[in-house]
Design a protein around this ligand. Structure first.
Ligand code: PGA
Length: 262
């Protein structure tokens, strides 16, 4: 499979087809995603406004945050970023180390120097409608960066999520709870409820960048990208967005037939 290095298309440019970009490694894919994030930061600063990003947690974005921080050490400015996380657990005590807030502080917000006031989470203290209102007040999402769950979820929009869903409380599927067990001492401790941006919240972002790594994601990536869009594979609903791109390593792309690299 050909690795794509021509990843510098103009952010915000409408895409005729959902472009799928395949890279030899996670590191090269993450660098390409970061190129696009940096282009958003630059474009927003040129317009004298703060960049507003929807950001994910999980295994997939670790390389992306690592690359952003590496570039920060070379001079990239991140401190003006306004961050809205895709989702957050309910039913955890404040400050719990398994929360996505804690994860983000450790992996990105802390080292990047992003103030807690600019790091938003759809947590128990924030009514879902207030989260949507905060995004709107910030000017809307310039870009949403997201992974895909093994069951096709995006954020915590589990299978069955409606295309017009907004920020709301959801039940976390067992497979998704298991995928999060590493954040907790045991599977029993993983909350069963979360709050998440909805599919419509994501579709309102000016750009969507979905990222998947590893062979374990290959089949759900194929379903999300190549089968008819359906709420049963929530990620497939994002293909209707005018500026949707998917960044894959070769293993995650290994079941794709129709979609071409680059
Ligand atoms: P992962 O999760 O990056 O940990 O695989 C992706 C997701 O559930 O969105």
């Amino acid at each position: 499979m050909r690795a794509d290095s021509a990843s510098s298309a103009t952010p915000g440019r409408p895409a005729a087809d959902p472009p799928v970009r395949v890279f030899e490694s996670q590191a090269t894919a993450a660098a390409a995603v970061v190129d696009e994030i940096v282009a958003v930061l630059m474009a927003c600063r040129a317009q004298h406004r703060r960049p507003v990003l929807a950001l994910p947690t999980g295994g997939t974005p670790v390389a992306i945050y690592g690359e952003l921080l590496r570039r920060q050490s070379e001079g990239l400015e991140l401190q003006d970023l306004v961050s809205f996380n895709l989702d957050e657990f309910l039913d955890l005590p404040d400050g719990h180390p398994g929360s996505y807030r804690a994860w983000m502080r450790g992996h990105f917000h802390g080292p990047a120097g992003i103030a807690p006031a600019a790091a938003h989470f759809p947590d128990a203290a924030t009514a879902p409608a207030d989260y949507e209102a905060a995004i709107a007040r910030a000017g809307g999402l310039d870009m949403a960066v997201l992974g895909i769950g093994g069951n096709g979820h995006v954020a915590f929009n589990e299978p069955g999520s409606a295309p017009d869903s907004r920020t709301r409380e959801v039940r976390i599927e067992e497979s998704s709870r298991r995928a999060n067990a590493g954040l907790f001492a045991s599977l029993e401790e993983v909350p069963a409820r979360a709050r998440t941006m909805g599919i419509a919240t994501l579709l309102d972002a000016r750009a969507l960048r979905m990222v998947a790594f590893g062979a374990a994601k290959a089949e759900i990536v194929r379903r999300a990208l190549e089968e008819p869009p359906t709420p049963e594979v929530p990620a497939s609903l994002l293909r209707g967005h005018r500026d949707f791109r998917c960044f894959l390593d070769a293993a995650a792309a290994s079941r794709l037939g129709g979609a071409k690299a680059g």
